[in-house]
Design a protein around this ligand. Sequence first.
Ligand code: SF4
Ligand code: SF4
Ligand code: FES
Length: 255
Amino acid sequence: MTHTAHFKVWRGDTDGGDLRDYEVEVNDGEVVLDIIHRLQATQAADLAVRWNCKAGKCGSCSAEVNGRPRLMCMTRMSVFAPDETVTVTPLRAFPVIRDLVTDVSFNYDKARQVPAFVPPKGVPAGEYRMQQVDVERSQEFRKCIECFLCQDTCHVVRDHEENKAAFAGPRFLMRIAELDMHPLDAAADQGLVRAASAQEDHGLGYCNITKCCSEVCPEHIKITDNALIPLKERAIDRKYDPLVWLGSKIRRRQG
Ligand code: SF4
Ligand code: SF4
Ligand code: FES
């Protein structure tokens, strides 16, 4: 079955732009990215769009469809009524380069700010051993395809550009949580307490656990429940743990 759909697509660049109307053919089984490609092929050869795998695995076709952050290649046209207008706009939290392509370098900067895994002393590579439960815990976070839909939807930066400098965003707070849970990570031996650093250096306190990030994640990672809330709990436990408090007092006196 084929029908004609009404699309509105944002066209423009760093100087501004607007929504343009298109009538375009839709066939059974197609996804929004197919329609964007058809527009390129038939009506808008210069329409800029970023994509790669068309299989929900590269994380590059992120955009907003009817205002909701989504992967265009995983959004079936069958979820819209045939007479519904489908509006496709670039990710709102990041600066536009052109049309549906945004500059997501904010995320790469934040990634670089998270200190890497610190290997345990005296354990040769290949000899690392950990419980299966610990492997499974971090495996969930490793499913991330870096689409940055969670970063785009988080209200802390979505409407507040001024928060960007202090807030790593859900994807990178999740990375800190993953490393903090890793039983072999030896960062603490070097004086880096990851949960405390998440709070003090990466803006964990800005997160008020609304779970919007988890709702848009195409990998269905429970970012808030399994990463951010446990990380907050550990940051707070540490702050109010009397032994930790005493230890920090003693260290301060010795220093
Ligand atoms: S749970 Fe936290 S990180 Fe996720 S969208 Fe809400 S405020 Fe942002
Ligand atoms: S956590 Fe989910 S939404 Fe966020 S970047 Fe990774 S895959 Fe995308
Ligand atoms: S094109 Fe790779 S996730 Fe959509």
